[in-house]
Design a protein around this ligand. Structure first.
Ligand SMILES: C[S@@+](CC[C@H](N)C(=O)[O-])C[C@H]1O[C@@H](n2cnc3c(N)ncnc32)[C@H](O)[C@@H]1O
Length: 320
């Protein structure tokens, strides 16, 4: 799903200022109360003093509250179109850098390394830059990398490492170099290109913000897999490489979207999760991401139920 164009106050992420004083904190509405019975941990307790990372937290730099909010299994965002979105929207599936930043901030600490083997126009790479992480992106299509580099120029950001090529060919080279990343954060193509879409262009694409000519013709593009089985096979192959490229205990976060074809719901993310479990990952959770403003169309109306798939599954795996 493309970034929404509607603008709201940025993320719900909260930080402390340079003095360690809390900035605006949303009221905690659920979760585990601290030892003092409070949910927000402002007076200490199990979630730690507000604005202070727990001394035993080796995973990230978040406070107890930030940690707790991220673990919710449903995530609704309405993020601003920023950081070169006018250029990045040429890509059919660009992701909001601020969203990727929040994922990266949970699964790494400042200065650590992130790999995105399906980098596109750089949602993950930009997200990594926003929070001071180093990243490597691999992307099949040079034109997407060119857009990423142009955005970096515009925004005066130092580009992250980018490699042009097929992940299935590039990642074995990184394994040979003994690279070990602190996290993998990626959204691969979601499914093979469907010959028959849900509406066959019937409703037009007027409310889409990305053009459709952005799809590639390369047989190496996972999106051009011959079938869902072929797509799952490729995800399994690349998943085995993910495992080799991660430090022990590190996480791989894979964003996917389910499909609907020939009158049937295809839980593609479920199948990919099974394939990554098969190669040795532990599935630790799924976050359902809903970017408000996704268009809905009357596919089956008034005869039959056909879903409007407006969410992504963010699959969270760990190398254990
Ligand atoms: C869902 S998009 C990623 C979008 C990206 N997160 C962004 O913000 O722009 C998937 C990307 O994977 C790329 N891709 C597909 N097959 C690939 C392969 N075998 N190796 C590397 N990249 C590939 C596509 O060209 C596409 O840009």
């Amino acid at each position: 799903m493309d970034e929404a164009t509607n603008v709201e106050p940025a993320s719900t992420w909260n930080r402390c200022d340079e003095e360690g004083e809390p900035t605006a904190l949303p009221p905690a509405t659920d979760g585990v109360p601290g030892a003092d019975g409070r949910l927000d941990g402002r007076r200490g307790g199990r979630l730690g003093k507000h604005g202070v990372r727990h001394p035993r937290n080796q995973l990230n730099d978040l406070t107890g509250n930030e940690w707790m909010f991220f673990t919710k299994t449903v995530w609704q965002t309405s993020l601003p179109s920023e950081l070169g979105h006018e250029l990045r929207r040429q890509h059919y599936a660009n992701k909001p850098p601020a969203l990727m930043q929040q994922i990266i901030e949970f699964f790494t600490r400042p200065g650590q390394t992130v790999l995105d083997p399906f980098a596109g126009v750089g949602g993950t790479l930009l997200g990594a830059s926003l929070c001071g992480r180093r990243a490597t992106g691999v992307e099949l299509e040079q034109r997407w990398l060119d857009i990423y580099l142009e955005v970096c120029r515009q925004e005066q950001l130092e580009p992250q490492e980018i490699i042009h090529g097929d992940s299935l060919e590039v990642l074995p080279g990184l394994v040979e170099e003994d690279r070990q990343y602190d996290a993998i954060v990626t959204d691969p193509p979601y499914s093979p290109a469907l010959k028959k879409t849900m509406c066959d262009g019937r409703y037009g694409w007027s409310n889409r913000s990305s053009p459709f000519e952005s799809f590639s013709a390369s047989p190496r593009d996972f999106r051009n897999a011959a079938s869902f089985e072929d797509f799952y096979d490729r995800m399994e192959q690349v998943g085995a490489l993910f495992l080799q490229l991660l430090k022990p205990g590190a996480y791989a976060v894979v964003m996917l979207r389910d499909s609907y074809q020939n009158g049937e719901y295809i839980p593609a993310s479920f199948h990919v999760a099974e394939r990554l479990r098969k190669v040795g990952f532990k599935l630790k959770g799924v976050k359902i991401w809903y970017q408000t403003g996704a268009p809905v169309r009357p596919y089956g109306y008034p005869f039959t139920y056909v879903p409007n798939i407006v969410h992504h599954d963010i699959l969270i795996f760990r190398k254990e």
